[in-house]
Write a protein that binds this ligand. Structure first.
Ligand SMILES: CC(C)(COP(=O)(O)OP(=O)(O)OC[C@H]1O[C@@H](n2cnc3c(N)ncnc32)[C@H](O)[C@@H]1OP(=O)(O)O)[C@@H](O)C(=O)NCCC(=O)NCCS
Length: 156
C-alpha cells in the first residue's frame, strides 16, 4: 500500500470494506468535497472501501455493480490527507475488489478528476457505450451532468 502516514506518528492508515454504519460518514466526506450523494444508499455496503487513520475515516471510494460491470463512484479523500497516496490505495483496493467479484470492466463519470484516473488505466469512452443498466443508475442519470467525462477500464 502506497500510503504515507504523518511523520510524527506511527498510527496506521488502513483500507477496509464499508458497512451500512459508514453511510453517514461517507455522505459527509462527499458533501465536504461537493461531490454528489444521489443514490449513494442504493448499493452502499461492501462495494465501498473506507480509508482510516487511527480508526478515523479519512477517505472512501465505491463500486456499484451492474451485471458484470462496475461503476466506480464517490472517490474522496479528506482535504487534510490529499496527496499522500490515500486515493491511490483506495483505487487499487477497489480495482482488486472488482477483479475478485468477477467484474469485466469498470466505468466512472467525473467532472473533477479526468486527469487522475488515466494512471489506473481508465480511458475516455462515449457515454452511450456504457452498459444500459448502468446508464439508468442515479449516478449516471441524475447525479452527474451530461458534460461529465465518462471513462472505462477493462478488468483482468
Ligand atoms: C481525487 C482524490 C480522491 C485523490 O486522492 P489523493 O489521496 O489526494 O490522491 P493520491 O495522493 O493518491 O495521488 C496524488 C496525485 O494525484 C493527483 N491528483 C489528485 N487529484 C487530482 C485531480 N482531481 N485531477 C488530477 N490529478 C489529481 C495529484 O496531483 C498527485 O499527483 P502526483 O502523484 O503526480 O504528484 C482526492 O484528491 C479528492 O478527494 N478530490 C476531490 C474529490 C474528487 O474530485 N473526487 C473524484 C470524483 S470522480
Amino acid at each position: 500500500m502506497n500510503v504515507n502516514a504523518t511523520p510524527m506518528t506511527h498510527a496506521p492508515i488502513a483500507i477496509r470494506s464499508a458497512s451500512a454504519a459508514d453511510l453517514d460518514t461517507v455522505r459527509g466526506l462527499l458533501q465536504s468535497a461537493k461531490l454528489p450523494t444521489d443514490g449513494l444508499e442504493e448499493q452502499f455496503g461492501e462495494g465501498y472501501a473506507i480509508a482510516e487513520f487511527d480508526g478515523v475515516p479519512i477517505g472512501a471510494e465505491g463500486i456499484e455493480v451492474y451485471g458484470d460491470a462496475g461503476l466506480l463512484r464517490s472517490a474522496v479523500v479528506d482535504t487534510a490527507w490529499r496527496g499522500r497516496g490515500v486515493g491511490d490505495a483506495l483505487t487499487h483496493n477497489r480495482l482488486a475488489w472488482a477483479a475478485q467479484h468477477g467484474l469485466r470492466e469498470v466505468w466512472l463519470l467525473t467532472t473533477t478528476a479526468a486527469d487522475y484516473f488515466p494512471r489506473y488505466g481508465f480511458e475516455r469512452a462515449p457515454r452511450d457505450a456504457a452498459p444500459p443498466l448502468m446508464q439508468k443508475s442515479r449516478e449516471f442519470a441524475e447525479a452527474c451532468p451530461a458534460s461529465a467525462i465518462v471513462m472505462r477500464r477493462a478488468i483482468g
